[in-house]
Design a protein around this ligand. Structure first.
Ligand SMILES: [Zn+2]
Length: 231
């Protein structure tokens, strides 16, 4: 079951690049370890923090639509549906990386707006990390997640692509190549040019404010037990 869902998510992820929407895309051997725990049922409800401005909400809507259109293109249900509500301010939390998330479930998670660097560092992040998808899982079973985005570290123009990227993580897609070396089921980014599908499979955003894109986007995600975070 896991592999089957992973395969069609991969198909969706790559459908605008290497494979083309009409073709069947088997999971490449060097991608097999690039899947993380994913929701078993779609659509997943994304709770949009009421602190987001109207413009920012529209960027989230466009990002969700991007993924939903990709799902539709291969005849699947939408990935996401959005709802707007108050969510807990994780900026006051010190243990978000230890999976101590106050709300959410496998089928619903918040997109939390954070501003300022004090709360960001309290959460354990540096200014070179503008957005994180916090994921908690028990084995291969996703239990809870949250996307946290620091608006002071991202320009308005970049926001939509950041949401696209993080939403990709939320459905279980890891980056498709890793910086810290090769492995049989997960290849290195070394030698791949910027336009390579493996660099773009999570709809890689152009983050170029604080650091070159190659540094921000392709760090191998740090895994935590029992959860992980995805930059
Ligand atoms: Zn990422």
């Amino acid at each position: 079951m896991k592999h089957q869902i992973g395969a069609w998510i991969a198909l969706v992820a790559l459908s605008t690049s290497a494979c083309g929407v009409a073709r069947n895309c088997p999971v490449a051997v060097d991608q097999k370890a690039s899947f993380m725990a994913f929701p078993r049922k779609f659509p997943v409800t994304v709770t949009v923090d009421s602190r987001w401005s109207m413009d920012e909400r529209q960027a989230i809507e466009r990002a969700a639509n991007t993924w939903n259109q990709m799902a539709e293109a291969v005849g699947k249900d939408a990935f996401f549906r959005l709802r707007y509500a108050s969510v807990r301010d994780l900026g006051a939390s010190e243990d978000v990386q230890g999976c101590n998330l106050p709300e959410g479930s496998e089928s619903e998670f918040p997109v939390v707006r954070i501003a300022g660097t004090d709360s960001w560092s309290l959460m354990g992040f540096t200014v070179t990390t503008p957005a994180v998808t916090l994921r908690c899982h028990r084995g291969s079973q996703l239990t809870k997640q949250a996307i946290v985005v620091n608006v002071d570290l991202i320009s308005e123009e970049q926001l939509e692509s950041v949401f696209v990227h993080e939403l990709g993580h939320s459905i279980g897609l890891d980056h498709s190549c890793q910086l810290d070396g090769d492995s049989p089921n997960f290849r290195t980014c070394e030698g791949l040019d910027l336009g390579h599908p493996y660099r773009e499979a999570v709809r890689y955003p152009a983050l170029r404010i604080a650091q070159p894109a190659s540094k921000l986007g392709f760090g191998r995600n740090v895994s935590y037990s029992p959860g992980s975070r995805e930059l």
